[in-house]
Design a binder for this molecule. Sequence first.
Ligand SMILES: [Zn+2]
Length: 198
Amino acid sequence: MPGTEIERLIQLLAKLPGLGPRSARRAALTMLKRRDAVMLPLAEAIETAAAATKICSVCGNLDTEDPCGLCQDPKRDDRAICVVEDVADLWALERSGAFRGRYHVLGGTLSAFDGVGPQDLSIDRLVARARAPAVEEVILALNATVEGQTTAHFIAEQLADTRVAVTYLAHGVPMGGELDYLDDGTLTAALCARRGAA
Ligand SMILES: [Zn+2]
């Protein structure tokens, strides 16, 4: 059995998505064997990223500056705000290159089961942003789960007395499918074929 320090490293690695205890052990072993080439640079990168990371006070994205690079980019289209549950969804949409507007990260979905109410999500901030004169459309790119759709309906109600058009991602997003797991083509198609509020 490895010593306490190594065991702790393995336990922490096993908390990462996609890494069970077995792959955490393999990752730790690779690091230990390649101390100078992998382990020390990785430790430094983790420490630097942890110190530099900020939550964007405008959209909720994670970046090293606040407002984030996307909010600061003058070439982005101010007319559309794409609402996502999580930063992972924002990054997935950004990877697909299909959307050139602004984003808004909710930080989760409404869930009676988990005790998540409107005050726990950045819905008020979204409504305030949607009232800016430049904004014409709010795209609700929420996951096709019950919670995602409940949240989408709630937000649409909150936006009812603004002049923005509320649209949804087209079908093609699988039930219970998280945006992050969709391939870029599917995401692009779902975004391009978005539909208006029913
Ligand atoms: Zn931002």
